[in-house]
Ligand binder design. Structure first.
Ligand code: AMP
Length: 122
């Protein structure tokens, strides 16, 4: 049987996290080690190890995760400027093998439209 992932343990409330949003398909938490003023993780309840492991039947779930990223960005007031990052595999820097989307933003970005959001380590 597959090992329970860190994020499944957060979803099951076995490990504490700052939960920003949740629905029947996914959860959004604040990253414990933020690489930007706004750094949220959109995590499906289904423990797909990495993006490339998603199947045909996961297409609508993947679309939903993208929509939720936009929704929580709107709620955080950063809808005009944010980055969405998915690390797929060890070589790409993935450390938690439960698919997740990083939503990264400068919380001031909406009020500084001429400035771009700087690169992070993600
Ligand atoms: P990745 O390197 O793409 O797999 O991203 C994993 C992310 O999970 C990193 O940005 C970590 O800081 C974050 N992370 C690890 N443990 C926790 C935790 N307990 N709560 C919130 N975020 C976490």
């Amino acid at each position: 049987m597959a090992e329970t992932t860190l994020f499944t343990r957060i979803i099951n409330r076995e490990i504490p996290a700052e939960i920003i949003y949740e629905d029947d398909l996914c959860i959004v938490i604040n990253d414990i080690s933020p690489q930007a003023p706004v750094h949220m993780l959109v995590i499906p309840r289904k423990p797909i190890a990495k993006l490339a492991d998603a199947g045909e039947d996961d297409k609508s779930l993947l679309g939903h995760l993208m929509w939720v990223a936009g929704e929580v960005a709107r709620q955080a007031g950063v809808a005009e400027s944010f980055r969405l990052v998915v690390n797929n595999g060890l070589g790409a820097g993935q450390t938690v093998f439960h698919l997740h989307l990083h939503v990264l933003a400068d919380s001031q970005a909406d009020s500084k439209s001429s400035e771009t959001f700087s690169e992070s380590n993600i």
